[in-house]
Design a protein around this ligand. Structure first.
Ligand code: S3P
Length: 168
């Protein structure tokens, strides 16, 4: 059975949905962010602050290359994974990519009280989300399947994903 990569913007619900889905499918779940933190022994905020985004992206690519090869795995991908075409190639080679697509408004609602997203630590995070989401849409659209998630609970999204995956 193929590897399943969940992609989407920060706050799209990839973490909670990947946990429900892994349980439903009996797959293992890995998170690229968790692997990066484990490898670097420091938080995402610290990596961005001390070593910069470029360094973070290098570590992220190494992690993607590694986890993309694991069978029967749900990969909870950091929101920027799709920016590097090599990552997309690696994920598609061994599996399918599912884009959890949400509006800027609902993404803002889910991240507005979080402080662990260095890219959103700006004066106007709402405007930043709109801007980044627009710039990234072509990258997210490379997914094999797109699921619109606004108004759905994580359980409902996981159920829809389960049906799609079973039909694939
Ligand atoms: C990022 C998303 C984050 C994390 C890092 C960069 C991005 O992951 O990888 O802060 O560029 O969108 P989540 O999407 O899990 O929040």
């Amino acid at each position: 059975m193929k590897t399943i990569a969940l992609i989407g913007f920060m706050g799209a619900g990839k973490t909670v949905i990947s946990k429900i889905l892994a349980e439903k499918l009996g797959f293992q779940r890995v998170s690229t962010d968790e692997k990066i933190v484990e490898a670097e022994q420091c938080s995402i905020n610290e990596i961005f602050a001390q070593k910069g985004e470029e360094y973070f992206r290098q570590v992220e690519s190494r992690v993607v290359e590694q986890v993309a090869q694991q069978p029967e795995t749900i990969i909870d991908c950091g929101g920027g994974v799709v920016l590097n075409p090599d990552n997309v190639t690696a994920l598609k080679k061994n599996g399918c990519i599912y884009y959890l697509k949400a509006s800027a408004g609902s993404l803002y609602e889910s991240v507005k009280h979080c402080s662990n997203r260095p890219l959103l630590k700006v004066d106007d995070p709402q405007a930043r989300i709109v801007e980044l989401l627009q710039a990234r849409e072509p990258f997210y659209s490379q997914a094999d399947h797109i699921l619109e998630t606004d108004g759905l609970t994580p359980q409902e999204v996981a159920d829809q994903l389960y049906s799609l995956i079973s039909a694939d």
